[in-house]
Structures are given as C-alpha cells and as structure tokens.
Design a protein around this ligand. Structure first.
Ligand code: GLV
Ligand code: MN
Ligand code: MN
Ligand code: MN
Length: 399
C-alpha cells in the first residue's frame, strides 16, 4: 500500500518530496488515506481543522486509542518523516486483525494536516488548532509566500475554513495517542536497536530576523558608502553557530529571502529565519538572546536596521510517564532487553497533543540519522519491527 504514495509530490531531479499543505500533492495524499480507510471498512472523517481520521468502533464512546502521524513534507523532504507513521498505523491494524484481537476501545488512525509548516511557516497547524495552541485569529493571519492565507488555501482545496478552531470535545474522546516516527538522529543506530520510545522533545522555536539596508549599485557604490544588510546577516549566522556550540544547543538559518535579489544590486532587505532548539528553556533563551544581541551590534556597525520577531515557539514536552513506561513494558515483555528511551530535538504533533491527552512516541532506527532530506532512510526490516511494536502497543492499550 505504501508504494502508491512513493510518486506523490516527488521531485524527479532531487528525489525529494514537496507535499505542502492544501496543494495538489497534499490532496493526493489525503485521497490515499481515505482509500486506505475505506478498503478496511473504517469510518473516514475530516475534522473542522482539516485533520483526517479513520475509525474502527465509535469514537463517541470515549477512551479511544489513536495512532498516526502526517503526510505533508518539508521542501525536498524524505519518504519517511510522517508517512512511516501513517502507513505503519494501517499495517498495524491489519496485523491486529490477523491476530484476531478484539478491541474494548475505539481505535483511530489520524493524518494531521500541515505538520511541517513548509507553506505557512508554522509547524503542526492541524494539531495546534485542535488543541487550541493556535487561535483562529492567528490562523487567519498565516500567509504563504504567494500571499495566500490559510483559510483561502483550505477553501481552494475544497475545505470549509469557517469552522477552524479548538476542538476539545474531539480530543477528550482520546485516551491515548501514539505516534510512530522515523528517528531523526542516530541514537538507535548507536544502541543497536530497531525501535525506541520517546521521552521528551526539546523546546524549540522560529525567529525572523529582518535586516534592512539600502539598495544600491554593486559596481559604483564605494564600500564605505554601503548599508549592506547581507554583512550583518552573515555575521549573525556565524554567531548562531558559536552560541549554539557554547550552550550545547542547535541553531540554524535554513531559509533566507533577499530583496531585490539581483546579482548586481546591494540588497535592501535580508530576511533570515532562525530555528533554534535546546535541551532546556534556559539554554534556548540564552542562545537566542545572545544571537539577537550580536545581530543588533552587527547591524548597527553596518548602518542597517534590524527587527526580530518570534514567529512560533513550542515549550519542552515531557511525554506522559505512565504511558511511556507502559509502552516500554509492552515492548520488553518477551525479552530481557530494555527498550531505549530517547529525547529528540524534532517537533511532532504528539508533542502538541501532549498538553491535552496522554501521548507517546515510537522511533524507528535511521542508520544515517539524516532527515528532512531525500537521504532520509530506514531499512525495511526496521520498518517491519516498527509495525510489530506498534501492533503490540495498540493491542496492549486497546484491549
Ligand atoms: C519538524 O519536523 C520540526 O521538528 O521542525
Ligand atoms: Mn519533519
Ligand atoms: Mn514528522
Ligand atoms: Mn516534525
């Protein structure tokens, strides 16, 4: 079944995926999800925020066990980040049926909308809206690079944006949410395990740095007369690296917009987005504060103005301890081995939902540790180990 997803939104040059929210590629992924649900006799529904659900049993009964992930991607993303969790959910359900498991609780599979935030700049839009961490007013202000707002994009894709907003009743029906995900680092490769359990997600956020200078001729403007915003921007990139290293954190300028973006013009504007993450809040604050302060000094030295805006922020997530221990117990029950428990610097819908419902995550080994790139990888045997782990977990939780 997963093979059908392989060509969707794939760039024939790089081999990476471009499945952005509410685009044609997203629609194809959604159609695939609906087909998978219907082929299994599950009840398919799309909630008010555009998240897709497939139900076995009646969710209004409450205490539902839900699993799933997302199908959208970053620019030039890999095949596993997101889809592995959704595909594994359907495969685990098939395995549960083969085992003849009788469920005491409703079982749901979910595809959260716009997890990566590649189009509107904010990650986990579907789960943030459902959980109320993104207000309707904030959602209405989200705009893509072409000036299209989130509601207009939803409408153009055939969805009604009028009802978006917190969905506490839907979340209250869920007793446990488990997201399986490809690991985005090499911890499991180093411990030699195919599957691990998540303990925590680092606090993380996105900050926009606008350096405004003065456009001018690249050939005729003397160096001393320039107000070139590219220079303080470049120095800020180096400062981010330095501060992150000092704090044991990470900091990345991965996206940049330049105006007027001409080879022979000094830029008038350099807009760079900082993504920074750290094991604790104090370290993250320290890094971002130091980068901002250095950027202000550099900007002043070049006669350039600087505005810094925090575009999004997600506090530290500690996954539900009881559920995490339950997962480790279920996965370790037939062996003497302990299941590795790891923290991660990557954001996930499970992290957003953890403030309203008990959530847990399973990670599947990624031997190169590469993610958000076409080189992202997980071996077929490890993917199958992930499906078996998820099956055991769902059996343990839903019976
Ligand atoms: C999403 O995958 C993120 O962690 O940025
Ligand atoms: Mn991702
Ligand atoms: Mn993901
Ligand atoms: Mn993510």
């Amino acid at each position: 079944m997963w093979r059908e997803l392989l060509p969707v939104g794939r760039d024939s040059g790089s081999g990476g995926y471009r499945r952005y929210a509410w685009t044609g590629a997203d629609a194809e992924c959604r159609a695939w999800f609906e087909e998978q649900a219907e082929a299994r006799g599950l009840v398919h529904e799309v909630d008010r925020n555009g998240n897709q659900w497939a139900w076995l049993g009646d969710p209004s009964q409450g205490d539902a066990v839900v699993t799933g992930s997302h199908l959208d991607s970053v620019p030039d993303g890999g095949a596993f980040d997101g889809p592995l969790g959704v595909v594994s959910s359907f495969a685990a359900l098939d395995e549960l049926r083969r085992r003849g498991v009788q469920f005491a609780k409703p079982l749901g599979i979910v595809n959260f909308g716009d997890e990566e935030g590649a189009r509107f700049g904010l990650a986990c839009v579907g789960s943030r809206l459902a959980g109320g961490q993104l207000t309707v007013e904030q959602a209405h202000r989200l705009t893509d690079g072409d000036g299209v707002t989130l509601p207009r994009a939803m409408e153009a894709a055939g969805y009604d944006p009028d009802g978006i907003g917190a969905d506490p009743e839907r979340l209250a029906r869920i007793g446990a949410f488990v997201e399986l995900h490809v690991e985005q680092g090499r911890a499991l490769d180093l411990t030699g395990d195919a599957v691990g359990v998540a303990s925590a997600i680092w606090p993380h956020g996105r900050w926009r740095f606008d350096f405004r200078g003065e456009a001018n001729h690249a050939g005729t403007t003397r160096l001393v007369d320039r107000h070139d915003p590219m220079l303080p921007y470049a120095e800020t990139v180096l400062a981010a690296r330095r501060e992150a290293r000092l704090a044991g954190a990470v900091a990345t300028f991965g996206k940049i917009a330049v105006e007027p973006n001409g080879v022979n013009a000094i830029p008038s504007l350099v807009r760079g987005w900082l993504d920074s993450r750290a094991a604790d809040q104090e370290a993250l604050d320290r890094v971002v504060g130091a980068v901002e302060s250095a950027a202000r000094d550099y900007a002043a030295a070049h006669g350039v103005d600087l505005d810094v805006v925090r575009e999004s922020f997600t506090p530290v997530v500690e996954f539900d301890h009881a559920l995490r221990d339950e997962l480790a117990r279920i996965l370790g029950k037939d062996t003497d081995l302990t299941v590795p428990v790891l923290e991660t610097g990557a954001g996930h819908d499970a992290g957003i939902l953890s403030t309203s419902i008990p959530t847990a995550m399973l990670f599947v080994r990624n031997p190169t540790g590469v993610s958000h790139s076409p080189a992202e990888f997980a071996a077929e045997d490890d993917c199958l180990a992930g499906v078996h782990a998820l099956t055991d977990v769902l059996e343990g939780l839903a019976t």
